[in-house]
Design a protein around this ligand. Structure first.
Ligand code: ATP
Ligand code: MG
Length: 442
């Protein structure tokens, strides 16, 4: 992508409305634009990052055996009257009337709708286990939307729903998602800690929130410091292995970890003082097992091996991609801007032409840009007329992991400079060597 042809509305000034660093950097880097309170457009740079986050989430959901579908944002109130949540949900739910005066709503979550899909098609235990997920916008009319897309009213959620014949089956489904979540957050460069959680309006009895530690987090959290060094399940994790997944769950719940709502001061005091971590955290995921709460009232039943009808055991599992983007920035930035982990970077490499219009610089940059692009390296080429200093500032701000800097002096010697955005380390290479190195993905 040539920057002169891209849409990257960088802000020079710090936006006054932004209270935390991720919100400030997302606005300054032209990633998002507020359209009305708590409702955002994702501009091209932000959209690229969001797509990458979604891709990691999707890969790990698929790996764990979940199957993707897509449900609508608008739902009929009737479904929610069946479950009893239409009145219970309160003012967070945006209620709408269509032209026939039918009561509709903008979905804050999809338990009712997925239960309706399930009961329409599945009749036998032989079709279980089943886990269906989608990545779709939700609307919750939050009292205090704030911090940009960290807490917005319209936001994206990956929500998965599991169906099993028995509680044991449902616990295995829960453990699958538990392991998939550990892998997902780790691939996004985040250290997420599962904490026992309250089940809230979803209901049920087994629930964990996945929290990343950050000073700007809204939750107050308490945990054992071992969580900071536990290894996450590998790519070879066998999601069919019931005992293996139970062992992962047992390990990751073997130490104290709780948010303030579930905090047990006495249990925390029992942790050796040097091992106690009390900090602030951001909730990036939340998983629930709630048994037959919806299947019972909505008639989602299957025939068991005993020939009888059984209400299915269900769980639901959420991750917030539009919250994860700022959460990643909270965890990875410096005074100059964002430092993207490779997995979610909007571009792999940025080529900075220090003197656009200089024939030798232009030729060297075109050669680099062409060769990297052909090698499948997603490259942003800063071919604009800005001063070199402004180009460096933009590159640091938008956080592309590798900068390739071509100035008249180095180009005259057939060389360019490579800068690592994270460490600041610089290296001078010939243009050929730089192409070979970057094209091979190192
Ligand atoms: P919170 O406690 O932060 O209000 P929640 O517990 O109501 O969130 P869940 O119903 O558990 O949220 O939703 C699953 C996931 O969706 C959360 O873990 C979070 O990542 C994301 N999420 C929820 N509400 C918002 C929001 N207002 N803005 C952005 N992401 C959100
Ligand atoms: Mg939650």
């Amino acid at each position: 992508m040539r920057l002169s042809r891209f849409f990257l509305p960088i802000l020079k000034e710090n936006p006054k409305e932004a209270e935390i660093v991720s919100h400030r950097l997302m606005l300054r880097a032209g990633m998002i634009k507020q359209q009305s309170q708590g409702i955002y457009s994702w501009l091209p740079l932000g959209k690229r990052v969001l797509d990458k986050v979604n891709a990691v989430i999707r890969e790990e959901q698929n790996r764990s055996g979940a199957i993707e579908l897509l449900m609508p944002t608008l739902q009929s109130a009737e479904l929610w009257q069946e479950s009893g949540r239409y009145d219970a949900y309160g003012k967070e739910m945006l209620r709408i009337k269509d032209r026939q005066d039918r009561a509709m709503l903008y979905g804050p979550t999809n338990e009712e709708m997925i239960t309706d899909i399930f009961r329409s098609y599945v009749r036998s235990y032989k079709d279980l286990p089943l886990n269906l997920y989608h990545i779709q916008l939700k609307f919750r009319d939050e009292i205090r939307p704030r911090f940009g897309t960290m807490r917005s009213r319209e936001f994206l959620m990956k929500d998965a729903y599991s169906f099993d014949l028995s509680r044991e089956g449902a616990e295995h489904a829960y453990n699958r998602m538990f392991a998939a979540y550990l892998r997902t957050f780790s691939r996004l460069g985040l250290q997420a800690i599962p904490m026992r959680a309250d089940t809230g309006p979803i209901g049920g009895n087994l629930s964990h929130e996945f929290i990343i530690l950050a000073d700007t987090g809204e939750s107050e959290v308490f945990c054992h410091k071992d969580f900071l060094t536990f290894g996450v399940p590998g790519e070879d994790t066998d999601f069919e292995d019931v005992a293996g997944l139970q062992a992962i769950f047992d390990k990751w719940t073997s130490r104290y970890a709780a948010t303030s709502e579930m905090h047990d001061a006495a249990a925390f005091e029992a942790v050796p003082e040097g091992d106690r971590v009390s900090a602030r955290g951001i909730e990036v995921g939340h998983i629930f097992y709630f048994g037959t709460k919806y299947s019972e009232v909505m008639g989602a039943k299957v025939q068991g091996p005993d020939g009888k009808e059984h209400a299915v055991h269900m769980g639901s599992y959420g991750i917030g991609p539009t919250r994860l983007v700022p959460a990643i920035i909270e965890a990875s930035h410096d005074e100059n801007g964002i430092i993207w982990p490779k997995a979610v970077a909007p571009f792999d490499v940025t080529v900075i032409n220090m003197k656009t219009g200089d024939a030798a610089c232009d030729a060297a940059c075109e050669k680099l840009y062409g060769a990297l692009t052909r090698a499948g390296i997603d490259t942003l080429y800063d071919d604009t007329d800005e001063r070199a200093g402004a180009k460096f500032a933009t590159a640091d701000l938008i956080g592309v992991p590798v900068q390739v800097i071509a100035g008249p002096r180095s180009v005259a010697a057939g060389e360019i400079e490579i800068k690592d955005r994270k460490t600041g380390a610089r290296e001078t290479l010939t243009i050929e060597a730089a192409i070979n190195r970057l094209a091979s993905g190192n």
